[in-house]
Design a protein around this ligand. Structure first.
Ligand SMILES: *Cc1c(COP(=O)(O)O)cnc(C)c1O
Length: 382
């Protein structure tokens, strides 16, 4: 049967019909009063989602654009930064920082393990001359399904006094609690195709007052991603360039849906899906790849022992039209990942677990206890 694809990848994520319908309109003039209205409304809702009083700026581009914007608008050539790297996205921010000539110290953890906040503390405490200008890290490391302890790390950064916390919250915002102001995070980057329940194409960057102070001295080259231009226009409910007008319609619809559900219940839903996915996999003797207690609320990485993860993943797609994500780089074939981010219901999670369970049987993998995965997951869904 065609046309029944279920996306269980960590982006693009499924899009509700209400959001799709909101997009399916003629574009309107981006300098019109009607569009200003959309920008005003989405700006308010973005602040609500980030739990901040700072403006949240919208960029036409994917999540990487927002993260790059955060880096190049707060830092200067040769600045010393500390980058957390425990997966594919951590690696990316190291590359971006180096490509702009920053002096990068990398704090690593093995893939599947969380970053150790104490390593950041030691580096920050030892920096008597206050040379470190930023700590750059990924909150939810999508490649490994690990959530890093952003709250503690950003507290240590604050104690340092000079450095900023620049955080990739692409798969944590809208999935778990990321209170920007309470935690004192200086830059948060996110993207529309993740927790926002939207198609790809928009990304968001929120900057604290400290980040704007740093912006005054920042000399890295920028034009399209010069956030001062976005800041100047957002207060007039406008945009420096032609924004993706129809994606803004989608943004308004999706944020209104999120507000209706409420932050608390959104976070509970994602936590429940992580717990159900983990329990389901363990009950089928499929080990969880991320360290115990550090599972991301948006993605569960699984490392099967007796079968190539790609074979299983492809069989689930062929037989049930459920798209799981594969492992990246050296994890290809070793890991598959279940995305449960954004517009995902209990039914979707249960269905994915049942499909994996049934596929294991059809692949002849010993599974004498058929139904164990669904049973274990159900406990968390009831
Ligand atoms: C998806 C993702 C991004 C952004 O990737 P784009 O392809 O640029 O949207 C950044 N960080 C993490 C952790 C992600 O999962």
């Amino acid at each position: 049967m065609q046309e029944k694809l279920t996306l269980m990848i960590p982006g693009p994520t499924p899009v509700p019909e209400k959001v799709l319908m909101a997009m399916g309109k003629h574009p309107i003039g981006h300098r019109s009063a009607e569009f200003q209205h959309v920008v005003q409304r989405t700006s308010e809702l973005l602040k609500w989602l980030h739990q901040t009083n700072n403006d949240v700026l919208s960029i036409t581009g994917s999540g990487t654009a927002a993260m790059e914007a955060g880096i190049i608008n707060t830092l200067s050539k040769g600045d010393r930064v500390v980058c957390g790297d425990n997966g594919k996205f951590g690696e990316r921010w190291v590359k971006v920082a180096k490509s702009y000539g920053l002096d990068v110290e990398v704090v690593k953890a093995d893939w599947g393990q969380p970053l150790d906040p104490e390593t950041f503390k030691e580096l920050l405490d030892a920096d008597f001359e206050k040379k470190i200008r930023a700590v750059i890290l990924t909150h939810s490391e999508t490649s490994t399904g690990v959530i890093n302890d952003l709250e503690t790390i950003s507290k240590y950064v604050h104690n340092h006094g000079k450095a900023l916390t620049i955080s990739d919250c692409v798969t944590s915002l809208g999935a778990c609690n990321v209170p920007m102001d309470d935690w004192g995070i200086d830059v948060i980057a996110s993207g529309s195709q993740k927790g926002y329940m939207m198609p790809p194409g928009l990304s968001f960057v929120a900057m604290s007052k400290r980040a704007w102070d740093a912006n005054k001295d920042s000399d890295l080259p920028k034009f399209y991603l010069d956030l001062k231009q976005y800041q100047k226009t957002v207060v007039k409910n406008s945009n420096p360039f032609t924004p993706a007008v129809n994606l803004f319609f989608a943004l308004q619809a999706s944020l209104e849906m999120m507000q209706q559900e409420g932050l608390e219940s959104i976070f509970n839903r994602h936590g429940r899906h992580r717990d159900a996915a983990q329990a389901g996999m363990k009950a089928m003797d499929l080990p969880i790849f991320s360290a115990t207690g550090y599972g991301s609320p948006s993605i569960t990485a699984v490392a099967p022992k007796n079968i190539d993860a790609e074979i299983l993943r492809k069989a689930v797609k062929d037989k049930y039209d459920i798209l799981l994500a594969g492992g990246q780089d050296h994890l290809k074939g070793k890991v598959f990942r279940i995305g449960h981010l954004g517009f995902v219901s209990d039914r979707d999670v249960l269905t994915a677990i049942a499909a994996i369970e049934s596929t294991l049987v059809s692949l002849g993998i010993n599974n004498s206890n058929l139904g164990a995965g669904v049973a274990a997951a159900s406990k968390f869904l009831n």
